[in-house]
Write a protein of this length. Structure first.
Length: 484
């Protein structure tokens, strides 16, 4: 028999076997969900879970290593078990490779947090984030389990269509051509193996990324340890510094405790606020339910609330207007207080005059002291010059008297010295005359100023008297105006 004839003889059974396989592995609806009257539309996630449950598939949620789930599919086929086993092994390998560096880094952080508050804070935040993620995952798993239980309570068996015929054809075709079924299963297994190999490669990439991240964390941890060692090496060893350091640590611990208590108090207040909000919502719902039966009372309450809102708005506007008027009044009073009265002006004048007299007296005394000092200093300089001149004459007198030429030169020098002294005396006399003239001129000006001051004081006294008379006349006029 030729290969073509053999293929022609085998073709009809192969087609029939393919149809049997398609019917065998085709999705069959096992249950049917019965919707209640007035039921609202579910979310997309709930619709997917309900559809999978109708076709015999259970949706499972992955959890951490501490709380593994016990959900498995109802069909215990070898293909599904094989895929689950390979996926579990790949996930275990990936999680094991990623967990090692993390565990090492976390142990290093736990060792470093005893001496570094930043490391301790990082560890607390990491533990808190892990705990929160675990709680959220458990809540999601619990919600899906509850939803699945509710769906199972409301499903019924789907109508069976040609199940007996399909079973008979399946048995006959399997008995007739087991080789083709094995080949198809082998192809499917190879496809699944390729898919698992791709997933394993993806997990290996993730593991490499996790290892790189863990290496970076180890490097950061080593840098932190090195910095801590440097800081500990720089810490002084004397008792006072250690005592201050211990006190600082206690204060830091106290600060952390206060922060934690503050966060706990905020969380407690937040819970109480949520409880109060829920209570308010319940009361609002109850009031709304009662209002449906008591329309008149609700209308009355609405009118009272509107009136109350109007009165509150009016009261607020009046308060704002009163506050504006009060601010303007205070501003005017402040401006009035800034203007000094006549009595205050007189007091200011007296105080300024007294201050001027004291400053002038101090200035005169200072000038006298300076003049006396300068005069004595000049006199002292002239006396020193005279003493040095007399000493020089006394020392050179015997030498000058020894010869006629020296005597004539000596007398010539004496005459020159006398001329210089006379010129100096004439200059000092001119300076004294100039000073005396300036003193006399200033004295005359001072006398004129005193005369003007007397005239000014007299004018002020007369002006005050006239002001008093004016005030009396104004008061008298006001009294007469009130009488009339």
């Amino acid at each position: 028999m030729s290969p073509r004839d053999e293929a022609d003889g085998v073709a009809p059974p192969v087609k029939r076997e393919v149809e049997v396989l398609q019917e065998t592995y085709a999705p069959r609806r096992r249950w049917q969900y019965v919707a209640a009257e007035g039921e609202q539309d579910d979310s997309e996630d709930a619709l997917i879970q309900r559809c999978l449950l109708e076709y015999g598939e259970r949706v499972t949620v992955a959890v951490d290593e501490e709380e593994p789930t016990a959900d498995v599919t109802q069909e215990g086929k070898d293909q599904v078990d094989f895929m689950a086993q390979v996926a579990t092994q790949a996930a275990a390998i990936a999680s094991g490779g990623a967990a090692k560096p993390r565990g090492g880094s976390m142990r290093g952080l736990r060792r470093a947090k005893r001496g570094d508050p930043q490391a301790a804070d990082f560890d607390r935040q990491y533990q808190k984030a892990m705990k929160q993620a675990r709680e959220e995952q458990q809540a999601l798993l619990h919600a899906r389990r509850e939803r699945e239980a509710k769906l199972l309570q409301r499903v019924v068996s789907a109508p069976e269509e040609k199940l007996a015929g399909v079973a008979e054809g399946r048995v006959g075709s399997v008995l007739q051509t087991p080789l083709h079924l094995v080949r198809e299963q082998l192809k499917e297994h190879e496809a699944h193996v390729q898919q698992l190999i791709q997933e394993k490669q993806h997990l290996d990439e993730k593991s490499a990324e996790t290892k790189a991240r863990a290496a970076a964390l180890d490097e950061a941890l080593s840098a932190v340890k090195q910095e801590m060692a440097e800081v500990e090496a720089q810490v002084p060893q004397d008792e006072n510094a250690q005592a201050y350091l211990a006190k600082l640590r206690q204060l830091v611990m106290k600060n952390e405790t206060l922060k934690r208590e503050k966060n706990e108090f905020r969380a407690k207040c937040r819970l109480e606020l949520e409880a109060l909000k829920e209570r308010i919502e319940k009361l609002k719902l109850q009031v709304a339910a009662d209002a449906s039966n008591q329309d008149e009372e609700a209308l009355r309450l609405n009118e009272i609330e509107q009136m109350h809102a109007q009165m509150a708005q009016k009261h607020k506007e009046m308060k704002l207007a009163a506050a504006k008027q009060t601010r303007a009044l205070h501003l005017k009073m402040k401006q009035i207080d800034e203007i000094p009265t006549r009595i205050e002006l007189v007091q200011y004048e007296k105080r300024f005059v007294e201050l001027y007299d004291e400053v002038a007296l101090t200035l005169d005394e200072t000038r006298k002291y300076y003049c006396v000092y300068n005069t004595l200093k000049t006199k002292h300089e002239f006396l020193e010059k005279e003493i040095s001149l007399i000493n020089s004459i006394n020392e050179n007198f015997d030498v000058a008297m020894g010869s006629k030429t020296a005597t004539q030169a000596f007398f010539g020098q004496i005459e020159t010295i006398i001329q210089n002294v006379q010129s100096t005396v004439s200059k000092q006399q001119l300076a004294r005359d100039d000073h005396q003239f300036s003193v006399e001129t200033l004295d005359s000006k001072y006398q004129l100023l005193l005369e003007q001051e007397r005239m000014y004081v007299n004018a002020i006294r007369e002006f005050q008297k006239e002001c008093e008379k004016n005030e009396k006349l104004v008061a008298r006029r006001d009294e007469l105006g009130q009488q009339h």
